[in-house]
Design a protein. Structure first.
Length: 372
């Protein structure tokens, strides 16, 4: 039996399927240290979080009035997704009629395996969801031709997590997306770049700057939760046309992003070394995962560019049984609910932690696979 790491200082269970980052940006930690006095937090932030919005706009190649900030990406999805669906359905009498009769006025178009809250909530709301095929046979790579075939059935909202969650791979490149934006101006392309900072720009240029070029049919979401290691600070944002941002701002109050949180975000964006360091550490952790997982003939690990690895059981053992065994040993990993006719009972996701957590997680996986 492997020697367990001393976890007395950790908050168990170790959420290696669910946690949102490895290391917080050092600049953000420095800000916390600067706000240790009893008077440091007595003032409100700027109502519009101007400095943070300006920095985000500069990074994403847009104007500040195209940046909408919220307390994490979850509230953005909850607020913006129904807004866009309603806006597009009500813009056309034909779409209104289709929606009333068939619920296909403006469907969600998304890969069969992606961030589950989008298709699952759409199905729960009675909307039509068109699923683009993904298969483990080709490491869950998306065929852009299959995506276009789904769009050609009728305009809708295309949601693409890029890199994809939970597969970890880049689904669409800049060169592949631009022709679709040109050919389908009435389809909305929602590119979720929550994990894009893990990918070196030399390997995959960001897509957020395309919103300024295609403001009427593209939006892009991002977060500080993952690569910046600031899930506890809750900063998410969407890049969208100014009119949409103004409409969203009109639905909420100011001061959503508090003073300390804003300053942490600013410091993180100004930190010149953090992302390079996180990419290197994440790459090393993934390599450890691949090395240890491939020692199990019954497991398959898929290529990833993000801070997690998707794993498939190949011998009939259920992912939930693996997850239960891991939880008994203090490690929580991610499994997936069925979607329409698709079942994901043979896959689970393990997220990168700090090196000690990663070693401990792999040791516990060895134990579980030996006992199931």
């Amino acid at each position: 039996m492997p020697t367990k790491v001393d976890t007395s200082g950790w908050k168990l269970p170790i959420n290696l399927g669910l946690n949102d980052g490895t290391y917080c940006a050092q600049g953000a930690i420095d800000v916390l240290m600067q706000h240790s006095s009893r008077t440091a937090l007595r003032n409100y932030s700027d109502a519009d979080n101007t400095e943070l919005r300006d920095l985000i706009a500069a990074e994403c190649g847009c104007t500040p009035d195209m940046v909408y900030l919220q307390n994490g990406s979850g509230p953005i999805l909850k607020q913006v997704l129904p807004h866009l669906i309603k806006e597009n359905i009500t813009s056309s009498p034909l779409r209104i009629a289709k929606h009333l009769v068939t619920r296909q006025g403006y469907p969600i178009i998304t890969p069969v395996l992606t961030y589950g809250k989008v298709p699952l909530k759409a199905v729960a709301a009675g909307l039509t969801v068109r699923l683009v095929p993904l298969s483990p046979d080709n490491d869950y790579q998306m065929d852009v031709g299959e995506l276009e075939a789904a769009i050609q059935k009728g305009d809708g909202l295309v949601y693409l997590a890029n890199p994809n969650n939970p597969t970890g791979n880049v689904l669409i490149s800049r060169e592949q997306l631009i022709p679709l934006l040109d050919r389908y101006p009435k389809t909305t392309f929602w590119i979720d770049e929550a994990y894009v900072q893990y990918v070196p720009p030399s390997e995959h240029p960001i897509l957020a700057d395309l919103v300024a070029r295609y403001p009427h049919n593209m939006v892009c979401t991002r977060t500080f939760s993952f690569a910046y290691g600031m899930a506890g600070a809750r900063i998410g944002y969407i890049i969208a046309r100014p009119e949409l941002v103004a409409a969203l701002e009109g639905q909420v109050t100011n001061y959503r992003i508090p003073l300390l949180t804003e300053r942490m975000g600013v410091a993180a964006l100004k930190d010149p070394q953090h992302l390079g360091d996180v990419r290197q550490r994440t790459r090393e952790a993934r390599e450890l995962f691949y090395e240890r997982i491939t020692k199990h003939p019954s497991l398959r690990a898929f290529p990833s560019s993000a801070n997690f690895v998707l794993v498939q059981t190949k011998d009939g053992r259920k992912a939930k049984a693996v997850a239960a065994g891991m939880l008994e040993r203090g490690v929580k990993i991610k499994t997936f609910a069925p979607l329409l006719e698709h079942d994901f009972g043979d896959i689970f996701r393990i997220t990168v932690g700090v090196p000690e957590e990663n070693e401990f997680c792999m040791d516990m996986l060895d134990e579980v696979m030996a006992t199931l």
